[in-house]
Write a protein that binds this ligand. Structure first.
Ligand SMILES: Nc1ncnc2c1ncn2[C@@H]1O[C@H](COP(=O)(O)OP(=O)(O)OP(=O)(O)O)[C@@H](O)[C@H]1O
Ligand SMILES: [Mg+2]
Length: 228
């Protein structure tokens, strides 16, 4: 499998806390990788470092073989906008915008005219089971619907990698199952890779591979042979 994103010898310190101790990780093209481990073990720090949100103190991050950790802030934020998608625990949708504009936002931020952005955004409603909800504001959506809008917003730029930190953390089990199925299948169909932090083994089981993190180190790997 060819690698889209890699971290080599990643180290990150916060004061006297070492959140990452020389972590090596490679994410394959179209691969979905779950990161699991105890609270405070460094999962979010690892995800944010791979995503160019947190700068490592040591080591390097490579996207399709090119270092991104040493890029200037402007280049890095452009790269995050164009090549990466993000899904958070609490959707983080803009409450005043209808669903279709929330999804269109990354395109508009990248300079695409509003009408064209919204028309591209509308294509995501059917595949994510959101038909008819185009004009609803986030406050008028269920938790699962809001997360599906957040998934569409992450994918609308056709990113190389989608990062998700506890994307089902605020959902009940049934909704969480539905959201994770859509997140993994739609991401794969788009040809993107997925890096996801989760505490839930049932959620992690939808990914191709699970990485266990403990005290800032990789403590184990698990490969699933069958992808649901
Ligand atoms: N901005 C920060 N400033 C100081 N310390 C931080 C910061 N971010 C993380 N840490 C510390 O780094 C360590 C790893 O944190 P991280 O958020 O990566 O853990 P996590 O595995 O995501 O935990 P959780 O499951 O609770 O979300 C912890 O000890 C945490 O307190
Ligand atoms: Mg975390």
């Amino acid at each position: 499998m060819s690698t889209v994103l890699a971290g080599r010898g990643l180290t990150k310190k916060y004061g006297s806390t070492t959140a990452l101790h020389g972590v090596d990780v490679a994410v394959g093209v179209r691969e979905s990788l779950a990161i699991m481990g105890p609270s405070g073990s460094g999962k979010s720090t690892l995800l944010h470092t791979l995503a160019g949100v947190v700068r490592p103190d040591g080591g390097e991050v490579l996207l399709q073989g090119e270092r991104i950790d040493s890029l200037g802030e402007n280049r890095l934020s452009e790269l995050r906008r164009k090549r990466f998608g993000f899904v958070f625990q609490f959707g983080q949708l803009l409450p005043e915008l209808p669903a279709e504009e929330n999804i269109a936002l990354p395109l508009m931020l990248d300079g695409m005219p509003r009408a064209r952005s919204v028309s591209l955004a509308r294509r995501w409603f059917a595949p994510l089971g959101l038909d008819g909800l185009e004009k609803r504001r986030p406050g008028q959506l269920s938790g699962g619907q809001a997360q599906r809008v957040a998934i569409a917003r992450a994918l609308v730029v056709q990113p190389d990698v989608v990062f998700a930190d506890e994307p089902t953390g605020a959902l009940d089990q049934v909704t969480s199952e539905e959201v994770i199925r859509l997140l993994t299948s739609v991401t794969r169909e788009q040809g993107a890779s997925l890096v996801m932090v989760t505490h839930d083994p049932d959620v992690a089981a939808h990914c191709d591979r699970v990485l266990q993190v403990r005290d800032g180190r990789i403590s184990g790997h698990q490969q699933y042979t069958v992808t649901p």
